[in-house]
Structure formats: structure tokens, C-alpha cells
Design a protein around this ligand. Structure first.
Ligand code: 13P
Ligand code: SF4
Length: 338
């Protein structure tokens, strides 16, 4: 600590390749602010044997310049289970850091801002799940990863938006039922039910970012940009998903752009997605309406640097919670073809 961070010639040289990568989405005038932090974070990662797991909603300077692994919730969970590093810095929200700790208890898991929460995770408690089970005995509980460890611990299996359809179909078959309890995202649950034919009992949770999009808004983008391809996240309300050309997790949306290379695309999701994907696909034109996730945006380069310097804030999960939560996550990770 106490290191003077300045945009020296050495920093400019060391970070010039990174800047060329993100030049399309980060104005040149901002680079002298980011570059010294990026150089120091990358140095500290080597010194402390740390990796940064960056969610697709991180800003481009985090996503492209300091993250060792990037992806959707499912990919980051898989990486947390696999990494050999001693320290994981979660560039994402708190439930993602908890998931990493649940899967890698021997590692030090750090979150740069403990207030990086999630409206879905905040909508339900373990006691709520126990009540749901009492009300609907014998039905399997499928829990979105956007929940606390305590809620996962009460569940039969977890899912992400990337594997929800497969997880629901598999668990319904295993339990010999046509109905599952799927919590806490009412929209994801309804979108999955529409795709699977499995009935869902859900919860009144919603993502505060995706629930704000409307079907009228999508129709307006189509009218303003004829021929535009509309990609939506399944946390959006079903009438919004119905207006889209494709709905999928953040990784699935990126995969769609890579495969189909639409001339013009609009991503109905969090703001940083389009910036991050635009870096990879300069030939695609991104219409960029978006909603910001205030929780994701609490993660900054400055916060990541402080986290590595001070080794804070460490995320801990009690063993009595971790073990049943891990069972639900492992069951999800064992689902094939997701
Ligand atoms: P995925 O990255 O799994 O699609 O999730 C989106 C999200 O909102 C995570 O907070
Ligand atoms: Fe939670 Fe929505 Fe933010 Fe994702 S985008 S962290 S689901 S509030």
C-alpha cells in the first residue's frame, strides 16, 4: 500500500496492447485514469496467486483488462470449482462470490464491495423456502443461483439462466412430477415453463434491471431500426421475451452474436454487455438501450485494487450451510449438455 499510482511512460507502455483492445469503448482521455490501476492489479494478481472472475456485466476496463476468466453465472461457477489459484476476486455480485466459496472452500474468496447485492437474492430467505415446501410437499425445489447460500442450502438443485430448461426437465423426470417449485425469479420461471411444459410454482422475485424492459419498447426498437436482431435475457417478463428473436443467458446472447453475426443487434439486458461484446465483434452494430445494474456497478477498478492490497472483504460460508448448498450446486453442475 502507499504505492503512488501514476500514468508513467512504463505504465503507458505496459498497458498499450490492452488499450488497443478496448479503444472502441473507452475514450482515450480516460485511459490515464484506468491504466495505472490495471497495471497494479495485474502485478498484484501474480504476487498473490489470485485470479479475477469477471461477470459479463462488468465495465470493459474490468472485463477486458484485469479479468482472468469472464462469463455468465454458470461459467464463473464452473471456473471457481476448477481454478488452482489461492485467491479468487469476484468481479460480480455477492451471491457469485458465495457460490465460489461454496465450491472452493480452501480458497480465499474476496468481493471488492460487500454491498454488491441483487434484488433477486434479497427477495427470499431460507425460512421462505421451508414454508413453500410445507405448502407443496414432495415437489422439487429448483433455485436460481441468484440467491443466498442459505436459500441454496434449502434447495434440491440450483440453475442459472444458461441451464434452467435442462435442469427443470431433468429434476421433474427424476421426481416423477409435472410440477416444480422454481424460485425466486417469477419471470425466469414462467419463461422456462413456457419452453418445457413443466408447470412451475414460483415466487414474486424479479431482477430490478430486466423487469423494467417492456414489449412496447422492443416494438419501438424494431420500428426505429428495421431488421434489427433482438436478444433478451430470460429474466425479462415473458411478453418481452416473446418479442425477441432469441432469449438466453448472457453467455448465450454472446454466442448468438458470434454464430449469426447479425448486422445490427439490440441486447435487452444490462448496459455493459453491449460494450464488452462490441470489443469482440467490431463488424456488428449495437443499438444500445440498456438498464444499469446498480449492484454490478459497485465493482470498480479501485475497489478491486483495494481488495487485493488488503485481502478484503473475505466471503465466508458456514459449513452447516455450505455443504447442503454445495449439494444443490453440484447437482446442477452434473447436468449434461449445459
Ligand atoms: P447470467 O450471466 O447467468 O445470464 O445472469 C445474469 C444476471 O443477471 C446475473 O446477475
Ligand atoms: Fe441481480 Fe438483476 Fe443485477 Fe443480475 S442484473 S445482479 S439479477 S439485480
Amino acid at each position: 500500500m502507499g504505492v503512488e499510482l501514476a500514468y508513467t511512460d512504463a505504465v503507458a507502455r505496459d498497458t498499450s496492447a490492452l488499450y488497443r483492445k478496448v479503444a472502441k469503448v473507452i475514450p482515450e482521455i480516460e485511459w490515464p485514469v484506468h491504466a495505472p490501476l490495471i497495471a497494479e492489479i495485474n502485478r498484484l494478481k501474480r504476487e498473490k496467486n489470485a485470479v479475477i472472475l469477471g461477470h459479463n456485466y462488468m465495465t470493459p476496463e474490468i472485463f477486458h483488462c484485469v479479468s482472468d476468466f469472464t462469463g455468465d453465472s454458470l461459467a464463473l461457477a464452473r471456473e471457481a470449482a476448477r481454478t488452482q489459484a489461492a485467491v479468487i476476486v469476484q468481479a460480480g455480485v455477492h451471491f457469485m462470490a458465495e457460490t465460489s466459496k461454496i465450491l472452493s472452500p480452501e480458497k480465499t474468496v474476496l468481493i471488492p464491495n460487500v454491498h454488491a447485492g441483487c434484488s433477486l437474492a434479497a427477495s427470499i430467505t431460507g425460512a421462505d423456502v421451508r414454508l413453500l415446501r410445507q405448502r407443496h410437499p414432495g415437489l422439487p425445489v429448483v433455485t436460481y443461483v441468484n440467491t443466498s447460500a442459505e436459500v441454496k442450502a434449502e434447495s434440491d438443485v440450483c440453475c442459472t439462466s444458461g441451464n434452467a430448461v435442462k435442469v427443470v426437465e431433468d429434476i421433474a423426470r427424476e421426481f416423477g412430477t409435472d410440477t416444480v417449485i422454481m424460485i425466486p425469479d417469477q419471470y425466469l420461471a414462467r419463461n422456462v415453463a413456457a419452453q418445457t411444459g413443466v408447470k412451475v410454482i414460483t415466487w414474486e422475485g424479479a431482477c430490478e434491471v430486466h423487469e423494467r424492459f417492456t414489449a412496447d419498447e422492443i416494438r419501438a426498437y424494431r420500428a426505429a431500426h428495421p431488421g434489427v436482431t433482438v436478444l433478451a435475457h430470460p429474466e425479462c417478463p415473458p411478453d418481452v421475451v416473446a418479442e425477441a428473436d432469441f432469449a438466453g443467458s448472457t453467455a448465450a446472447m454472446i454466442g448468438y452474436v458470434g454464430k449469426h453475426r447479425p448486422g445490427r443487434v439490440v441486447m435487452i439486458t444490462e448496459c455493459s454487455m453491449s460494450d464488452n461484446v462490441a470489443v469482440e465483434y467490431p463488424d456488428v452494430d449495437f443499438v444500445r438501450p440498456c438498464n444499469l445494474c446498480p449492484h454490478m456497478k459497485r465493482i470498480t477498478l479501485g475497489g478491486i485494487l483495494k481488495s487485493l492490497q488488503t485481502m478484503t472483504t473475505e466471503v465466508l460460508v458456514d459449513e452447516a450451510v455450505r455443504l447442503p448448498a454445495k449439494r444443490a450446486i453440484d447437482r446442477m453442475l452434473a447436468v449434461k449438455n449445459t
